[in-house]
Design a protein around this ligand. Structure first.
Ligand code: PMP
Length: 293
C-alpha cells in the first residue's frame, strides 16, 4: 500500500514525494523535525510538538509556509488521508532550496513534509524484560555549539552514539555531556528512581525537552510521586533501584542493565510499571491530544 505524503501544500503518493538535491536539509542537515504519535484517533500532545517545532524554527530563523494552526491540520489530515488512528508521524521542515554554499539567505522558501506510518523501535521482549544500555565515548553536543533542544535534521551526534552502541553490542547508548553528567539516550530521555524519588536530568545538561519526558513528570507528580530535575552521574544509574527511558517512538522502556551492571533487581520495577500503566491510560483520553476528524 502506498502512503500519502503531505508535501508543500499537497498530498502525493510516496513514490512521488521528492525534494530537491539542492535543499539545505539534505546538503547541511539544515531544518527541524518532530516525531509524533497518534493513539486511538487522537494525535498525542500535538500542540506541544508544534510549539517545540516552531521554537526550533525560530531559533534557526526558518519561516515555514504554514501557520501553527495549519500545521496542526497538516498532521491530523495526514493521519486521516491514510486511514490511521494509531500511527507514528514524522513532520519535517527544511531550509529549502539554495545553492551549494551553506549561506541560508540564499534559500528563499522552506519545504514542509509529513509522513504517517508504523514504527517499532525495540522487539517486544525488551519492553517485557528490560533494555540494556551502555555509556558511549561520544559526548552529547554542547549547548553552546549545537543546542540539542533544537530537534534539528543534523542527528550525527546521535548517529555516532548509535554506531558505538552497535559496536559495544547493546541496544541503546547513554550520552554523557562534556562535564560527565548523564544527559540522555540516542532518541530518548532518561529517568532513574531511588528510594521512591524519580529523577531526570534538567534540560540545561544538554538534553531534548522530550514531550514524553514532560508527560511522565506531570503524571507522576499528579499521582503523588516526588520528581526531581537534577544532575546525576553514571554512579547514580548503577546504584538506582529502577531506570527507564522515554520517547515518542520507543514510548516508555524499562532499563535493567547499564555498563554491564544490573540495575536494581534486574527486572522492570514497580514504580516503572505504575507509570507505564498511568501513561497508557492517559494516552487514550480525549485531553491527551488533537482529534483526527
Ligand atoms: N531525546 C532525543 C535526542 C530525541 O530525539 C527524542 C525523540 N524525539 C527524545 C529525547 C524524546 O522526545 P519525545 O518524548 O518528545 O519524543
Amino acid at each position: 500500500m502506498s502512503l500519502k505524503i503531505y508535501l508543500d501544500g499537497k498530498f502525493v503518493p510516496e513514490e512521488e514525494a521528492r525534494i530537491s538535491v539542492f535543499d539545505h536539509g539534505i546538503l547541511y542537515g539544515d531544518g527541524v523535525f518532530e516525531g509524533i504519535r497518534a493513539y486511538n484517533g487522537r494525535v498525542f500532545k500535538l500542540k506541544e510538538h508544534i510549539d517545540r517545532l516552531y521554537d526550533g524554527l525560530h531559533a534557526l530563523m526558518i519561516t515555514p509556509a504554514e501557520s501553527k494552526e495549519e500545521m496542526i491540520k497538516v498532521v491530523t489530515e495526514t493521519c486521516k488521508v491514510n486511514n490511521f488512528s494509531d500511527c507514528y508521524i514524522r513532520l519535517v521542515v527544511t531550509r529549502g532550496v539554495g545553492d551549494l554554499g551553506l549561506n541560508p539567505v540564499k534559500c528563499k522558501k522552506s519545504s514542509t513534509f509529513c509522513i504517517a506510518a508504523q514504527i517499532a523501535i525495540y522487539p517486544r521482549e525488551v519492553y517485557e524484560n528490560g533494555l540494556e544500555m551502555a555509556t558511549v565515548p561520544t559526548r552529547r553536543n554542547h549547548n553552546e555549539s549545537c543546542n540539542v533542544r533544537v530537534k534539528s535534521l543534523n542527528y550525527l551526534n546521535n548517529i555516532y552514539a548509535r554506531i558505538e552502541a552497535n559496536l559495544i553490542g547493546v541496544p541503546e547508548a547513554v550520552f554523557l555531556n562534556s562535564e560527565g553528567y548523564v544527559s540522555e539516550a540516542t532518541a530518548d530521555n532518561i529517568f532513574i528512581i531511588k528510594n521512591g524519588v524519580i529523577t531526570t536530568p534538567p534540560l540545561s545538561v544538554g538534553t531534548l525537552g522530550g514531550i514524553s519526558r514532560q508527560t511522565v513528570i506531570d503524571l507522576a507528580r499528579a499521582k503523588g510521586y516526588e520528581v526531581k530535575e537534577a544532575l546525576f552521574t553514571r554512579y547514580d544509574v548503577y546504584t538506582a533501584d529502577e531506570c527507564f527511558v522515554t520517547g515518542t517512538a520507543a514510548e516508555l522502556v524499562p532499563a535493567v542493565k547499564y555498563d554491564a551492571r544490573v540495575i536494581g533487581t534486574g527486572k522492570p520495577g514497580p514504580i516503572f510499571n505504575d507509570l507505564l500503566a498511568t501513561f497508557k491510560e492517559y494516552a487514550q483520553k480525549p485531553e491527551a491530544g488533537e482529534p483526527i476528524l
